[in-house]
Ligand binder design. Structure first.
Ligand code: NAD
Length: 282
């Protein structure tokens, strides 16, 4: 298939592009390189530098894709509180632009990288700007017969995690651990998240490429397990820690309900967080 990957220069996008190429798909990456890096994109993929908020940039793209993975977006919760309209333009209008591109060019498959932040209660501008595009996707499915799927990623970790801009706690812990510095714990460390390995996200995304004849339009990719920051510190072998002030973020997350992903894709996560950490710190 000929596949467009927006945000294909980013952390998750580069893993996806590599796997699509491995499966002999033809891939084009569309990315403005705001957080993504061109060096990370496989030389076998075509690349167009452009912005999902610019109709002019989108117009430069070839039109004959069989499917689109839409991963481009902004994902820093804190930054979204300072600049909600920028997040709305990029995440909401940008997604609407790419859906419109699909409609105009008869592209019938659209897979949207949503987030666990779309689960209620909506707690930040970031969350709202990930949630609203799910409705756009559903609407394009209903009105224009595009096979859309909202794929809510939980907290994704893995090789080549972002080391600048928005960073997952695991990326910070690995860096501090390798430098022999204390691991910084926000608040009391009892906050929980559902951490999912990037390889498991990619296997779900690849399975999602097959036609969907069901009514399932939203799935969660997580592990269905809540893990606290203190538990992660133990997985690192309980090194020294330091405490930093609590943030205005949800304390606990409801672990992913992965039944829709099991039903639709026959998908299950395989990697265990503790095992992955061990491979990284040995
Ligand atoms: N990493 C996670 O834990 C996580 C969790 C839930 C959802 N997601 C979603 O997955 C997607 C990918 O996340 P990631 O972790 O790979 O982040 P990332 O920042 O590494 O990748 C995002 C990519 O989008 C590009 N981009 C940003 N704004 C753009 C614009 N206006 N036009 C074109 N390209 C633009 C960036 O340059 C980057 O390459 C995002 O939509 C994010 O909301 C990620």
């Amino acid at each position: 298939m000929k596949i467009l990957v927006t945000g294909g220069a980013g952390f998750i996008g580069t893993h996806l592009v590599d796997e699509l190429l491995k499966q002999n798909h033809e891939v084009l990456v569309f990315d403005n390189l705001s957080t993504g890096r061109i060096d990370n994109i496989s030389k076998e993929a075509a690349f167009v530098k452009g912005d999902i908020t610019s109709k002019y940039d989108i117009f430069k793209l070839p039109k004959d894709f069989d499917a689109v993975y839409h991963l481009a977006g902004l994902l820093d919760v804190k930054a979204s509180l300072n600049n909600p309209s920028y997040y709305t333009t990029t995440n909401v209008v940008g997604t609407s632009n790419i859906l419109e591109f699909c409609k105009d060019n008869n592209i019938k498959k659209f897979i949207y990288a949503s987030s666990c932040a779309s689960e209620k209660p909506i707690s930040s501008p970031y969350a709202l700007t990930k949630y609203l595009p799910e409705y756009y996707c559903n609407m394009y499915n209903n009105l224009f017969d595009i096979d859309t799927l909202n794929v809510r990623f939980y907290n994704v970790y893995g090789e080549n995690m972002n080391v600048s801009g928005y960073r997952l706690v695991l990326s910070i812990f690995l860096e501090k651990f390798s430098l022999g510095e204390p691991l910084p714990i926000v608040g009391d460390g009892e906050q929980t998240r559902d951490f999912i390995y990037v390889g498991d996200i990619i296997s779900g995304l690849i399975s999602a490429l097959k036609p969907n004849n069901t009514n399932i339009r939203t799935i969660n990719l997580g592990t269905n397990q809540a893990i606290s920051i203190n538990q992660i510190v133990k997985m690192f072998g309980s090194p020294k820690t330091t405490n930093i002030p609590e943030r205005d973020e949800p304390k606990h997350i409801t672990p992913a309900d992965i039944n829709p992903a099991k039903d639709l894709l026959n998908w299950e996560p395989k990697m265990k967080l503790e095992k992955w950490i061990k491979t990284q710190i040995q």
